[in-house]
Ligand binder design. Structure first.
Ligand code: ADP
Ligand code: MG
Length: 230
């Protein structure tokens, strides 16, 4: 129900591309995300940062800026006292990039443990011939460099989703290569299945990417999302 309302609101908008403002969709489907809030003032940003323990990540939220780090719209490891300045700086960068950009605010987000975790990507592209094509691969900078991805037509059974995590070339990384603790592969498998259910329930969703889905030994975190609605 919550998911339906979110998508109905999008359909009333002129643009059809969504970013972190669609977090409610993942929430409705039980896909874990780092704690975060979208704020519209430096004071609120600081308040949220103080509530979230440790340093935070801050990101510009705008349907006109979907590749946030390309314009310097992502600040990682921000300490509480730096938060108000970081807020102003993100808004300035967005305005410089596109003066008439529709700015929805700034997301203040809990840090995921990238040292202990692996950045993966879980996505869907609706293929005119095959229907919803689920994708899994290594995320972050590696997704372009290694092109280590695998595809399956949704809906996916649990064994099919698990196969996806086993057949990429870098699968050993997830299983704990070089003395690292293994990532929560069950969490990845569940996320692939939940996303495949989400896109099956909403045929209007044409593309959906979780990039990165950070997989640590303790669980998974959908850190960034992007989707296109018909
Ligand atoms: P975009 O893809 O629009 O540039 P992301 O939200 O994916 O923006 O952020 C870019 C990169 O910053 C991520 O791939 C990740 O490496 C890092 N990052 C973003 N959010 C977090 C977070 N909560 N914890 C740790 N690293 C993060
Ligand atoms: Mg991203």
């Amino acid at each position: 129900e919550a998911a339906r309302e979110i998508l109905e609101r999008v359909e009333e908008r002129s643009d059809n591309r969504l970013g972190v403002e669609a977090m409610g969709l993942l929430e409705a489907y039980g896909i874990p995300m780092p704690d975060s809030e979208i704020v519209d003032s430096p004071e609120d940003a600081r308040e949220v940062a103080e509530r979230i323990e440790g340093d935070v990540v801050m990101k510009i939220v705008s349907p006109d800026i979907l590749h946030k780090s390309d314009i310097g719209g992502v600040k990682v490891g921000v300490a509480d006292e730096e938060v108000p300045d970081a807020f102003e700086d993100l808004i300035t960068r967005a305005r410089n990039y596109q003066p008439d950009a529709n700015l929805l605010g700034v997301q203040v987000q809990e840090m995921s443990d990238l040292d202990a975790g692996t950045e993966t990507i879980v996505g869907m592209n609706r293929d005119p011939q095959f229907g919803p094509l689920m994708m899994f691969g290594l995320g972050g900078i590696f997704v372009e460099v290694l092109e280590d991805t695998t595809f399956r037509v949704a809906p996916l059974s649990e064994p099919e989703a698990r196969e996806m995590t086993e057949e990429i070339k870098t699968a050993p990384l997830l299983r704990g290569a070089r003395g690292r603790d293994p990532a929560d592969v069950d969490g990845i498998v569940e996320t692939i299945q939940r996303l495949s259910q989400l896109v099956a329930d909403f045929p209007a969703i044409m593309e959906f990417d979780i990039n990165p889905l950070v997989a640590t030994p303790d669980g998974v975190d959908a850190v960034d999302i992007r989707l296109t609605v018909d």
